[in-house]
Ligand binder design. Sequence first.
Ligand code: PEP
Length: 250
Amino acid sequence: MRKPIIAGNWKMHKTLGEAESFFDSVKGKLPDADQADTVICAPAPFLAALSGRAGDGTPAVGAQTMHEEEKGAFTGEVSPVMLTDLGVRYVIIGHSERREYFNETDDSVNRKVKSAFAHGLIPIVCVGESLEEREGNKTAEKISGQVRAALEGISAEEAARAVVAYEPIWAIGTGKTATSDMANEACAEIRSTLAELYGQETAEQVRIQYGGSVKPENIAELLAQPDIDGALVGGASLEPESFIALAEAA
Ligand code: PEP
């Protein structure tokens, strides 16, 4: 049985005070850790303060990206060593906004996934097709190719701990949600790619999230699908009440 995982991606939103008060508001109102994992992927400047507040009854803390190197002349970047030093446990890798606006490629995603595992971080690896690719019947090819590229050189033991987020680009922040059948079909494609790479047993352990305009009103139907093990949520993760409702659905 895979434990559901609900992760919020705050993107470039909130002040430190707002972030801290969110953690205070949700504390103790989320499902028990043995029932579901909850994570907030916060902007880098808030990670230290939120990690200090994280514990029983709060979400775990995740980052939204990282550099693959431990240190060096990479102005503005954050390293995996810095993240683990702060107590950060998860890191989103290859979000479509990073791929689109910050030149992340399948190769750089793969280097970051390797580095995340090497430092004990759990990567939330994002894959997903554009509207053009979906309309051209290229969805399966695109997401399967992204999964293969992201996990190149990753062992079965590591892969089993990964979280993969299926996020159709056309559904992110647009209010358009993939139907639960469409989302499940893509998540099943990801699982069958994982089975080809690592065998069925490992593929059955990997948690696969759906992301793209998930809200309290549509999460239950998505989570009821057999290959959807959680959600990566942008807009609806920003308010405590909404995040609690999303987590309760898990
Ligand atoms: C996201 O940022 O990963 C996302 C899915 O955003 P939203 O829920 O706002 O569509």
